[in-house]
Design a protein around this ligand. Structure first.
Ligand SMILES: CC(C)(COP(=O)(O)OP(=O)(O)OC[C@H]1O[C@@H](n2cnc3c(N)ncnc32)[C@H](O)[C@@H]1OP(=O)(O)O)[C@@H](O)C(=O)NCCC(=O)NCCS
Length: 158
C-alpha cells in the first residue's frame, strides 16, 4: 500500500522498505505509550489487510498543537466504498468517549480531494486561518502547505 504512487500522491514518499518498517515501528511504539494509534483495517469477509485508520499525537509543533489527529490510508482497490469514513467514525468515537478528548484535528493538502471529502463527511470543519506550513515537509515541496480540519466533541455526530 505504501509503495503505491496513487496512494502516496499527497503523502511524503518513503525512501525505502526500511523507512516503511520504521513507520510501522513508530505506530507500535505509539500504541505501547498511549494505548491507541493507527489500527489496521481488515475485510470482515476475507480478513484481508485493507489499510489503516486511527488517532495519533501530533509529533511536531504548530499553532494548533498539542493535538490528536485522525488519519487514514487505504489500499487503492478498496477506495470509494465508504470504508475509511466508517473506520474514522469508530476512531473519533474512541477519542471522544474513551480518551475524553475535546477536539480532534486532521490535515492534508488542498489537492487531496478524496481525503478532504472524508473530513467533510465526518463533520470536520476547515478555517482558512488555520492553514499552515508543515514543519516536517521540505520547504520546496508542494506538500508543505496544509489545510487543517477540526472537530469538537460537542459537534461530533458519529
Ligand atoms: C482518502 C481515502 C482514505 C478515502 O477513503 P475511502 O474509504 O475511499 O473514502 P470514501 O469511500 O468515503 O470516498 C471518498 C471520496 O473519494 C473519491 N472516490 C470514490 N471512489 C473512488 C475511486 N474508486 N477512485 C478514486 N477516488 C474515489 C470520491 O470523491 C469520494 O467521495 P464521495 O463518496 O462523495 O463520492 C483514500 O482515498 C486514500 O487512502 N487515499 C490515499 C491516502 C491518503 O491520501 N491519505 C490521507 C492523507 S491526509
Amino acid at each position: 500500500m505504501s509503495e503505491d504512487p496513487e496512494v502516496m500522491a499527497y503523502l511524503l514518499a518513503f525512501a525505502s522498505r526500511e523507512a516503511i518498517a520504521a513507520w510501522v515501528q513508530r505506530q507500535q511504539a505509539h500504541f505501547a505509550q498511549n494505548g491507541f494509534g493507527f489500527w489496521a483495517l481488515e475485510s470482515r469477509e476475507t480478513g484481508e489487510f485493507m489499510g489503516a485508520t486511527g488517532l495519533l499525537h501530533i509529533r511536531y509543533d504548530a499553532h494548533f498543537t498539542p493535538a490528536v489527529e485522525v488519519g487514514w490510508r487505504l489500499a487503492r482497490r478498496f477506495w470509494g466504498q465508504g470504508y475509511v469514513p466508517e473506520a474514522a467514525r469508530s476512531a473519533l468515537q474512541f477519542g471522544f468517549e474513551n480518551l475524553g478528548l475535546s477536539e480532534i484535528v486532521a490535515n492534508t493538502v488542498e489537492a487531496n480531494h478524496n481525503s478532504r471529502r472524508v473530513m467533510e463527511k465526518l463533520g470536520m470543519v476547515r478555517d482558512a486561518a488555520d492553514d499552515f506550513d508543515h514543519p516536517l515537509v521540505p520547504a520546496d515541496s508542494p506538500l508543505r502547505r496544509q489545510m487543517l480540519y477540526r472537530l469538537t466533541r460537542e459537534s461530533c455526530q458519529v
